[in-house]
Design a protein around this ligand. Structure first.
Ligand code: PMP
Length: 423
């Protein structure tokens, strides 16, 4: 299988520290993927028709509006949403989507949010600010504890408004059993949000019908992690949650009627998309969705799993490489690791400067999860708080996209062996 020719920039040459050029290897797809050619083509093709939407009568404005509005159907179909009950709110990324939901959920202090220890900060901090949040535990490998989830749902019975959980971890790649979590949440009268940032580009996802107890109430995701450019993402879920109250951003496009004395807000999703919307972003997102569907999400998952297995197997043969419960659990194509006695940031820097291999290192915006995985105690965390210059523990992260190859993994393995020998 070769998806390489679908993606822009896979053969780019980059300079190494010694001035020589090498072909860039991008193993940092969990941060951002390069765009599909089809996405860039869609943007170029639409550029002559580009015009302000919703309020214009000109041909291009009407066409732009039609394309923008029908795109919501495509997004709904992609995640299995219900066009009658759900809405698609366009946002700039997953972070904005989650903040948006946090701004619109219950306002009283009886409202509890259950998050988990394995969340990206974007699915943790927006909740902390406004609600009482408790965190579901993980085991030593970082796998979510469903027992602890049920215990906490019982503990706060009747008060938990939402269980918010990542679909797949951006640190370990573990895919959470979100249908089981949905069943439990619904049993105790709570809704569920799946942070789909790391899941949607890698696995077929279905919100399932509203009457199912496995129904996913909300999902959020970012275009720039699924082969579209930056600046577009979506929040999909219950329309009714956005019907009452005021939007977080107010302005053009959010109102039905304004007088000096009062405002009548628009219906969702319009009320939640203040200002001129990102039409080109939406065109790019829909094009990325169509390309993913054309390839087939099952094929993508199968291929990325084979990359994952191969890389895991090669890495596990190197005694100096520390892997973290790598063989366990359902996961997307992410591998965190360390090299014994070498700081993670140094490894990432050498891989980039001497081999042209891009990886991410550190805590990946999931500090409580890393603290749990690396067993960093509270005293140590306080030490870091007092002294920001202390070198912090963390990991190196490989994250594969559908265009990565076995050869690229071989190059990485060679590089790691050279690093171990020379540093
Ligand atoms: N959640 C997860 C699991 C992520 O990996 C990320 C991005 N690293 C985010 C949320 C935030 O995504 P964005 O930066 O696109 O808002």
């Amino acid at each position: 299988m070769n998806f390489r020719n679908l993606v822009v920039g896979v053969n780019t040459l980059v300079p190494l520290k010694n001035g020589k050029l090498t072909r860039y290897i991008n193993f940092d797809n969990a941060a951002t993927t390069p765009p599909f050619y089809s996405v860039m083509q869609s943007i170029n093709q639409f550029a002559p028709w580009y015009s302000s939407i919703h309020r214009g009568n000109g041909y291009k404005s009407v066409l732009s509006t039609e394309i923008y509005e029908t795109s919501r159907k495509k997004v709904m179909e992609f995640v299995g949403a219900d066009p009658m009950m759900d809405t698609v709110i366009y946002v700039k990324n997953t972070t904005e989507a989650i903040n948006k939901l946090a701004n619109r959920l219950c306002k009283d202090d009886k409202c509890v949010i259950l998050s988990t220890l394995m969340e990206h900060h974007s699915n943790d901090l927006p909740w902390r600010e406004k609600f009482f949040v408790d965190y579901v535990e993980t085991d030593n490998c970082g796998k979510l504890s469903l027992e602890d989830l049920e215990m906490k749902l019982k503990k706060y019975e009747g008060k938990v408004k939402l269980v918010t959980v990542t679909g797949a971890s951006n640190v370990t790649g573990y895919v959470n059993p979100y249908y089981k979590i949905a069943k439990l949440a619904h049993k105790y009268g709570a809704m569920i949000l799946v942070d789909g940032a790391q899941l949607i580009p890698h696995k077929k996802f279905d919100m399932k019908p509203h009457f199912s107890n496995e129904h996913i109430d909300f999902v959020a995701f970012s275009g720039h992690k699924m082969y579209a450019p930056f600046g577009i993402g979506a929040l999909v879920g219950h329309k009714k949650v956005f019907e009452k109250g005021e939007p977080d951003y107010k302005g053009g496009g959010t109102v039905k009627l304004v007088s000096q004395e009062f405002v009548i807000w628009e219906d969702p999703p319009y009320k939640e998309e203040a200002g001129t919307p990102n039409l080109m972003g939406v065109i790019a997102l829909v094009s990325a969705i169509e390309t993913l569907q054309k390839i087939g999400m099952d094929k993508i998952e199968e291929y990325e799993n084979s990359l994952l297995e191969y890389a895991n197997q090669r890495l596990s043969q190197i005694p100096e490489v520390e892997l973290y419960c790598s063989k366990t659990y359902d996961r997307v194509s992410i591998i965190p690791f360390n090299i014994k006695n070498l700081h993670h940031s140094k490894v990432a820097q050498i891989l980039s400067e001497y081999f042209g291999i891009a990886v991410r290192s550190g805590c990946f915006c999931a500090q409580p999860y890393i603290q749990r995985l690396l067993k960093i105690n509270k005293e140590k965390i306080l030490e870091f708080a007092k002294n920001p210059n202390l070198e912090r523990p963390g990991m190196v992260r490989l994250s594969f996209g559908l265009y990565n190859t076995f050869d690229e993994i071989d190059t990485l393995i060679k590089a790691i062996k050279i690093i171990i020998k020379n540093y």
